[in-house]
Design a protein around this ligand. Sequence first.
Ligand code: G6P
Length: 490
Amino acid sequence: MNLVVVSNRVSRASANEPMTGGLAAALLPVVEKSGAIWVGSSGRVRDGAQKEPFAEIEALGAGALAMLDLPAAHYAGYYEGFANSALWPALHSRTDLIRSSHDDYQSYREVNSFMARALLRFRKLETVFWIQDYHFLALGAELRDLGVTHPIGFFLHTPWPTRAIFSGVPHHRELVEAMLAYDLIGFQTDDDRDNFLSYVESELGLEITGGIVASRFGHSRCAVFPIGIDPAKFAAHAAKAASHPDVSRLRRSLNGEKLAIGVDRVDYSKGLVNRIEAFDRMLTLQPQLKRAVSLLQIATLSRGTIEAYGDLQDQLAKLVSDVNGRHGEVDWTPIRYLNKGFSQTVLAGLYRTAQVGLVTPLHDGMNLVAKEYVAAQNPVDPGVLVLSKFAGAAQELDTALLVNPHDIDGMARTIAMAFSMPLLERRMRWEAMMAKLRAGTIQDWFADFVDALQDAHAANDKAAALTLAGDPAVVWPLRSYSAPGGSRYH
Ligand code: G6P
């Protein structure tokens, strides 16, 4: 099999360089090992019609990385416009933030079509295409229009919202119809898949049997594949990073204080304002915690040219300085707020230094920081994860302290409770979470999806052949699905 993985953002970084976003960080090690070709944006643009798309290709582990210059005329409309100012807000249930023109949609479709043409050069007889995330909802349909009959799968890293919310996206019907060109559509949680299927049924009026949608393209199977991490690798990074200068400087600077850590892109979906407000409230309600605890919030800047992101950056900077001004002392700063990224190794060391991990998004597909924080803990003295019930990770990590990020008082109390949790309870909760992480690693996720995609495509081919032969008894599915070694996906 020749696997071609496609995502907007790719990563050539090693564990020692900073990375942006869960998707690229998660894919890097599995792509490297599998020998796949990973195709994505170079981050640069290029003018002109580009009959032959320009790609910079370099080795990546056993495989290769192909970075394309996207069309200059359409990049902003595609990335800042439709992908991140229409789809991203809607997928995170923030239709109030949708700002997108008809031209943005045209640019989005142009870039999807450009990417489809670019992918043809990687197509071989045995090629399997696996498209990632909301930047490329229509890429499968574009490939089919170019005559590609290979297996094409899609995985959504974000949530899928309710029908009413998704129908706030301009051109929503066209987009979802185009998605049905994929043989397999993967989601992070049952809720995401169910929301998608209920949209398809009620908005498009299509028939669904056992999670399989029949459309003009054939059949599309919709299933759940919760993304994981490599917990053993993270634990090894965490142990190794203890002596890293950033980590040892942090430890020395704490003067016996307990530390909470948050690591996020500055994005309205991450619930950063509510988190800082909860920390503020905790210090007001429990002044004895002053000097005894502090928060390290790493907040990497992202999509800053989009107004909603620029506004949030300003709001957070002001809020943090206000909290520090009100509660700070000459020798104690409640919140250390850093707008820079760290490598995975250093992050693992920082996670292990912190007694509390704060992962409190308003909506999140999975949130791998939650999983990484757990994996990085010292088994004999683990920290406590405070986790939003609206992160996909909460489905698995249900022994974290689950919070409602809209309830500031509740979060303030829970964070205080996390700081004082006894060792025995910390260990029990942590061991239960580690068992979940080990049972669903990133390697499992990758292998399960690719197996299911090949099955779905084979079943689709067979159904098409039988229909052509006029067999009236064709019923879908032709076989039942089960992942090797027991079904992790459903
Ligand atoms: C989320 C998305 C990814 C994206 C990442 C970083 O994790 O699901 O597709 O790559 O954010 O965002 P950016 O716009 O900087 O690539």
